[in-house]
Design a protein around this ligand. Structure first.
Ligand code: PLP
Length: 456
């Protein structure tokens, strides 16, 4: 890049999240300067449809005057206050009330944080504290799932079930275990029906709990649809069977709704799409349509009563962030949830989601490189295979996902490659049917280019 350009200054100064630092020194960034609707624009003025809403999060797209005004108004009135020991402010109160009203199951209280990782770390600490408070300190192991994604702080990275979040960091921490992935396409045994598959996964979970000792297992964490691990949609009946196991052993159920919350799957919560009844629910991202960082942990009454008993008996729940419930992001989140209601965002996803799901399947199922197309509502993935019969993915050296992402940029799409040769689709939820078709047209042209490139 030219000297003193933004790209050159970036290379000189910025260490990026989730980035191969050596490659970045060579390739530099795509610098995005502004956004409009489902599109973002680079420094040269090129437009890109954001097929993943940034990081599965910018539900209202990349401009919204009401959210701007909500932030300004709150900044003028009270730009910061905290919520420690006996202090509060209206934006956090309003937002907590709105979340409780909208919760998929009766919830009692809301704890605010700033990111999905922090929300999941907070849930882990609440679970440990809760079991201490109710007199069973040994019940503290937590089970998450292989390929689940729950964040990158030390506890949430431990919950995450992806090797590269663990191997160089000496993770997972002690007492965090991983159960099997509900991915029928890859994980079912030969001849196994979906029903048999989900029964086996539930049995394996139960065996794990019994092996560890049910008196030592505190909680199970799950995303309704696994997002970053590959957009893995559980077969029908999976969560019912899993929850029956959890209830038998008094294991708390935590739904990580960081991606699925607020309409992504065609219901307000992924928990509703998949019949989940969590004791604790974490959410972030679309809570503020990502205009400002904020996340939340909702707990049901049983958990709240335990926490309250704990603070009476053991001492204060010693956890919280300077910016827990920061008034400016909280005010923006309140406005975001109002907008979702007014525009009937869930109804919109129910109409336009099928255009994306059916469009992906109709156009690309028969493509020689495509193994599986999966998704629900406005979240989906196309997975590439080197052999449709064996369902084998490509040699990682082929870098099929990153190659397609690069080609797609030239066709006006910002895309995201997933582990296991997948490409994600999770556009802003405001996307129209026409824009979905435009996105799929462009994806089709990128896929054609990739096919030609691979034949060479
Ligand atoms: N949980 C899920 C399901 C996520 O997808 C993510 C991020 O992508 C997180 C947690 C972590 O959130 P954050 O990146 O805000 O820490």
């Amino acid at each position: 890049p030219p000297r003193n350009s933004n790209a050159a200054r970036d290379i000189a100064n910025v260490l990026h999240p989730y980035t191969d630092a050596r490659a970045h020194q060579k390739n530099g960034p795509l610098v995005i300067t502004r956004g409009e609707g489902v599109r973002v624009f680079d420094e040269q003025g090129n437009a890109y449809i954001e097929t993943v809403a940034g990081l599965w999060c910018a539900s209202l797209g990349f401009d919204n005057e009401r959210l701007v005004q909500a932030a300004l108004k709150q900044m003028r009135q009270l730009p910061f206050y905290h919520a420690f020991t006996g202090r509060s402010h209206e934006p956090a109160i309003d937002l907590a009330e709105m979340l409780i009203e909208r919760a998929p199951v009766p919830m009692s209280k809301v704890f605010f944080c700033n990111s999905g990782s922090e929300a999941n770390d907070t849930a882990v600490k609440m679970i440990w504290y809760f079991n201490n408070a109710i007199g069973r300190p040994e019940k503290k192991k937590i089970i998450a799932r292989i390929k689940g994604y729950h964040g990158v702080t030390v506890a949430s990275a431990s919950l995450t079930g992806l090797p590269y979040n663990h191997k160089l960091f000496d993770l997972p921490i002690q007492g965090i275990l991983h159960a099997g992935t509900p991915h029928y396409y890859h994980c079912a045994l030969p001849g196994e029906s979906e029903d048999q598959f989900t029964t086996r996964l539930a049995n394996e979970l139960e065996e794990m709990i019994v092996r560890e000792g049910p008196e030592t297992v505190a909680a199970f964490f799950a995303e309704p649809i696994m997002g970053a691990g590959g957009v893995i949609v559980p077969p029908a009946g999976y969560f019912e069977k899993i929850q029956a196991v959890l209830r038998r052993h008094d294991v708390l159920f935590v739904a990580d709704e960081v991606i699925c919350g607020f309409g992504r799957t065609g219901s307000y919560w992924g928990s509703q799409t998949f019949n989940m009844q969590p004791d604790i629910l974490t959410c972030a991202k679309a809570l503020s349509s990502s205009f400002l960082p904020i996340s939340a942990v909702m707990v049901n009454d049983r958990v709240f009563q335990g926490l309250a008993d704990g603070s009476a008996g053991l001492g204060t729940f010693g956890h919280g962030y300077t910016y827990s419930g920061h008034p400016v992001p909280a005010a923006v989140a309140v406005e975001t949830l109002k907008i979702y209601d007014e525009m009937d965002l869930v109804g919109h996803v129910r109409k336009v989601g099928p255009v994306m799901q059916e469009g992906l399947r109709r156009r690309f199922s028969d493509h020689p490189l495509v193994g599986e197309i999966r998704g629900v509502g406005m979240i989906g993935a196309v997975e590439f295979v080197s052999n449709k019969e064996t369902r084998a993915n490509f040699d990682p050296a082929v870098k099929i996902g990153p190659r397609l992402v690069k080609i797609a940029e030239g066709h006006g799409l910002i895309m995201r490659a997933l582990p296991g040769d997948g490409i994600a689709f999770s556009p802003p939820l405001i996307i129209t049917a026409e824009e979905v078709n435009d996105m799929l047209d462009r994806f089709g042209r990128a896929l054609d280019d990739l096919t030609v490139q691979l034949r060479r």
